[in-house]
Ligand binder design. Structure first.
Ligand code: HH2
Length: 283
């Protein structure tokens, strides 16, 4: 990949790590821990120390059946965090995890560098905000809303349909005037997908490289790991590491994770194996 995000150029195959900061009362694995702006700031600083390449700040949970948060409340949760981070000279790129145009606009004005949209441009206002700011954007695949998405997890061929629907998201980005060179795509692990479909998407994520854009994947602590292993949310780091390694071997450039330091180690080792395989080839 070759993409400037804020002051930083992301160049090469990576993998790059996006550390998660949830300024929410109800996120599925860390809800309530970083709702206070100072706690969210401290979390971002810690992620930077652990080796994150960028941080993703969200003010609304997208777990299945999560209640919608009004834009004004979401702005109240994320903007002070961005302002405080920038005021203290935080240099990593900051992504804002929102699907609402008003929140994206406010976050970009406060110093965010990238918009992470889990709806893949459901809100045309978000497309306008991103285009006007000439900001990079993550377009993630899902169907419906967190309230009804799990009833829409019906696919004849999950990888082919996710690819086709991401192509439609790229077309929405084109129509909004967003430069294609600034788009990152994400298959949306766990969003309108059963555990089996999430696993199949991870197995076939390399097929999405045909879309011609860098890929981001967020497997961290997700329910497919619980379904496979019986592990509770707080015990899913080993499963997360396995998914991170699989993504790196498949050529995914950015991993969105909660546990940056252990994921960094797993990603480095997987990247070394990937690069060695590319040098030596099959025998
Ligand atoms: N997953 C979550 C939230 N945002 N964004 C992208 N691009 N890809 C993902 O896979 C993704 C995402 C869900 O994780 P988390 O933020 O920890 O939980 P919650 O939505 O409950 O806040």
């Amino acid at each position: 990949m070759r993409l400037s995000i804020g002051a930083r150029l992301f160049e090469g195959p990576g993998p790059f790590l996006m550390g998660i900061v949830n300024a929410t009362p109800d996120s599925f694995s860390d809800g309530g821990l970083h709702l206070d702006p100072d706690a969210a700031v401290a979390r971002a600083l810690r992620l930077a120390e652990e080796g994150a390449d960028l941080v993703d700040l969200g003010g609304e949970s997208t777990r299945p059946a999560a209640p919608a948060v009004p834009a004004a409340e979401e702005i109240r949760r994320v903007v002070p965090v961005i302002e405080r981070l920038r005021a203290r000279g935080f240099t990593l790129p900051i992504s804002v995890d929102t699907w609402k145009g008003a929140v994206a606009r406010a976050a970009l004005a406060a110093g965010a560098d990238l918009v992470n949209d889990v709806t893949g441009l459901a809100d045309p206002e978000l497309g306008r905000a991103v285009a006007e700011a000439r900001a990079p954007v993550v377009l993630m695949h899902m169907r419906g809303t967190p309230a009804d998405m799990q009833s829409r997890a019906v696919y004849a061929d999950v990888a082919a349909e996710v690819a086709a629907e991401l192509r439609a998201a790229l077309a929405r980005a084109d129509a909004a005037g967003i430069d294609r060179d600034r788009v990152i795509l994400d298959p949306g692990i766990g969003f309108a997908k059963t555990a089996e479909q999430s696993v199949e998407l991870l197995a076939r994520v390399g097929e999405l490289r045909a879309l011609g854009r860098p890929l981001l994947v967020g497997p961290s602590r997700k329910s497919f790991i619980g379904k496979l292993t019986g592990a509770a949310v707080e015990d899913r780091l080993p499963g997360t590491l396995a998914a991170v390694a699989a993504c790196v071997l498949a050529g995914v450039e950015i991993l969105r994770v909660h546990d940056v330091a252990p994921c960094r180690q797993a990603a480095r080792v997987a990247a070394a194996i990937r690069d060695s395989a590319a040098r030596t080839g099959p025998r």
